[in-house]
Design a binder for this molecule. Structure first.
Ligand code: ATP
Length: 219
């Protein structure tokens, strides 16, 4: 009997900062697909969002601490080490090369990112390297997707995650977690302390390093 191929979930993002929505997404994906591991992949420079407001080493460290006690969650810092603009297609190509042709790789996305997908560099190649699993984020609908994305879903959408290494788009549910990093940064700048929407230890890290303060207080 052949061994089940390894199943890896991949959660990219700016994580500026990591919040409970990211962790909830990873947990829901873990429950839905039984991943052997989920890798958190902080971007270097997001070509869509531009410079992050916080240096990469802080974003990495906040992720490292936030996921430290979750079995199967790992930090993968390759995008920051690679530097420059981060393109997911490059990351998936590297991972496929390292993990082999049989590994089941699944890119995890919130619905906001699915809606954007046709703007990503070489987006059609993503499915030649991995599956894509999508969950609905708060108010961001999965209906009436932009035309090229709709076509991709029509062609690649499946009801369940296949055991093949790549090529399907699947959907999973999670409870809505109404938090975004943009809103969080605004709250922190206003002097609020939104502890409830940050993973344990994150607010203390932010305060210790004086992150998300008005100009000059960080890095
Ligand atoms: P920003 O507000 O700066 O755009 P963000 O909160 O969207 O940041 P990212 O790091 O860009 O955070 O998100 C990484 C991934 O996590 C994306 O696929 C995004 O859709 C998903 N995600 C972020 N917040 C949530 C949430 N509250 N619920 C579900 N998915 C989320």
């Amino acid at each position: 009997m052949s061994a089940r191929p390894i199943r890896i979930g991949l959660l990219g993002g700016t994580f500026d900062p990591i919040h409970i929505g990211h962790v909830a997404l990873a947990r829901a994906a873990q429950a839905a697909y039984g991943f052997d591991e989920i890798r958190f992949l902080p971007t270097a420079i997001s070509w869509q969002k531009g410079e992050t407001s916080t240096a990469a080493h802080h974003r990495l460290e906040m992720v490292r601490r936030a996921i430290a006690h979750h079995r199967g969650f790992m930090l993968d810092d390759r995008e920051v080490r690679r530097g420059g603009n981060t393109y997911t297609v490059d990351t998936l190509g590297e991972l496929r090369g390292e993990l082999g042709q049989d590994a089941v790789l699944v890119l995890l996305l919130g619905s906001d990112q699915l809606r954007n997908l046709a703007t990503w560099r070489r987006y059609r190649e993503l499915l030649a390297l991995a599956h894509i699993a999508v969950t609905r984020r708060e108010q961001i609908s999965l209906a009436r997707l932009p035309e090229p994305v709709e076509q991709l879903v029509a062609e690649h959408g499946r009801d369940t995650l296949p055991n093949s290494p790549n090529g399907a788009i699947v959907f999973f549910g999670m409870p809505f977690v109404p938090v975004s990093a943009t809103r969080l940064r605004e709250q922190l700048l206003d002097g609020e302390r939104p502890r409830a929407v940050l993973p344990e230890g994150t607010l203390d890290y932010i305060e210790h390093h004086q992150l998300y303060r008005p100009a000059g207080g960080q890095r």
